[in-house]
Design a binder for this molecule. Sequence first.
Ligand code: MV4
Length: 450
Amino acid sequence: MFSKILIANRGEIALRVIRACREMGIKSVAVHSTADSDAMHVRLAHESVCIGPPPATDSYLSIPDIIAACEITGAEAVHPGYGFLSENARFVEALEDHGIVFIGPSSEHIRLMGDKITAKETMKNLGVPVVPGSDGGVPDLETARRIGREIGYPVIVKATAGGGGRGMKLARSENELEQAFRTARAEARAAFGNDEVYIEKYLGRPRHIEFQIFGDGRGAAVHLGERDCSLQRRHQKVFEECPSPAISPDLRAEMGAVCARAVADIGYAGAGTIEFLYEDGRFYFIEMNTRLQVEHPVTEEVFNVDLVREQIRVAAGEALSFTQEALVPLGHAIEVRINAEKLPNFTPSPGTIGTYHAPGGLGVRMDSAIYSGYRIPPYYDSLIGKLIVRAPDRPAALMRLSRALRELVVDGIDTTAPLHHALLEEEAVLSGDYDIHWLENMLREKFRAD
Ligand code: MV4
């Protein structure tokens, strides 16, 4: 096992990893920008290294500075958290060149899944159901037209280097195809330096359901059920739950087994998420994320596991500490993201926090790196905390979330907490009957957002 791990991240996820390290008897190294000298992750780690100025490109994304911090402190492994360098294959290779272990999958698997066309082709060949479409890149408009006729409209043009909603264009009919194809390509070239696109049948009202998988890197893998992340605004998740209110135990077991077998077959190591659109009782693969996700705690709560501990174990060459049979879901968990943002337009609201009081009590978990008097720097993501509740069933989890939100105090800045209170008054949320468009429609009607 490692004796020292460097965490190449900040905020609540850096704390999450530092906590797992402490519980495993592993020393932790925090890295930080000059804007984060007073950050909680710097205080909680065993030691810290300042790696650069506030802009992330010069600090949290600076591969040479992070490697230098490993060498100075003698860290043997790096946990990337989510975002930043967590899905950067070149970072993994640079670490390898310096004899430092990346806590995550191989650079090959990151690259494979980072290219959405090769990811989809790989999953299809592994027996995972995919959205009907072009089965590969679409080189020109004539090919796009032929595929549109084959699969029928509406269709969506997506950038192979995109993902997470970036670089997608809808064409409702053949009339709209040329425009969608050309702008998708142009935007993909500008954003990613890669203009390869593919085409899929557009699903009108799906849910976003993602399976948590875990590979041991030796050809075995398990699944830990699914999360329903359909409540999103502009591709930012707002409210996530496990299990999905739309999935039966039989369907979970069937799809989970398909996912676990697929990643086992490619020898995947560590945590990963297989994302699906779910519509009319059918799953369609869209993307795979090769990192730990923001919303991983709902899975941890329902399956009673520590996913970060498992990531560290697998990266150190140890076996998974659970089998598929031992992974039995219990109850229901919900996470809401507390962002430093002002409603109704979700404008970033950095500033100094006055009083902070975290909710507590049975089944309540607050993952946050803020404290009373903390100054939120304006340079980074607006996520300041995740409130996670667990209860024996979904109605009890909703009641627990309501009471925990009532206890939360974050003075001095605006947060998204009022949105969560409002969500808990909505029939669609209470019944679990929502799709990926429900939240934006609700915000338009009730919050009069732009
Ligand atoms: C789609 C789709 C409908 N049909 N693909 C957006 C994020 C990216 N991961 C995939 N996305 C979508 N792909 C087909 N074939 C609709 C979306 C989509 C979406 C997906 C998940 C959660 C929220 C979303 C909001 C708008 C569009």
